[in-house]
Design a protein. Structure first.
Length: 157
């Protein structure tokens, strides 16, 4: 590892450049939720636990500016827009699937990075399903963190 300034590292290290582009946890989560296809602002707001409208708006604008998400006007009256992944955004799909799998393996529903066990009151999996039992999805081949099934990796145009 080097102690070169971040901007300098980005010139020769694609990992540093990509990490800086996706540095917000919300950016990664929004991309993850768009993997299944285009969604409207309110649809994303309802689907993503813990995000507020200001943060979602700022995140979507950032992802648009970076060329990862495109905003499409669906209707002028009533005004309606949808957000979808660009080709660049779709290319992140295998990366996010790998991150999800890594998180399921190493972060588990009962293990926090500091070794504590988080409360599950009101918790939801990545797919938005309530987490109620210790490892309720285990019998279905998954875990309480998710359904055990992978999100679609198909690309939408």
């Amino acid at each position: 590892m080097t102690t070169a300034p971040v901007e300098e590292q980005e010139r020769w290290c694609p990992v540093a450049a990509a990490t800086r582009m996706l540095a917000s946890v919300w950016a990664i989560v929004v991309i993850y939720y768009l993997m299944d296809g285009p969604k409207g602002f309110n649809e994303l707001l309802r689907a993503i636990p813990g995000v507020n409208s200001k943060t979602l708006s700022r995140t979507l604008k950032h992802l648009q500016a970076k060329g990862i998400v495109v905003r499409e006007v669906v209707s002028l009256q009533p005004f309606s827009v949808r957000y979808r992944l660009t080709e660049m955004g779709q290319d992140l799909m295998p990366v996010l699937e790998a991150l999800r799998e890594w998180g399921m393996r190493w972060m588990g529903p009962d293990a926090a990075p500091d070794g504590t066990v988080p409360s599950r009151a009101g918790a939801k999996s990545c797919e938005g399903t309530p987490i109620t039992g210790k490892d309720e999805g285990a019998e279905r081949g998954g875990s309480a963190w998710g359904s055990g099934t992978k999100r679609s990796s198909r690309r939408s145009s």
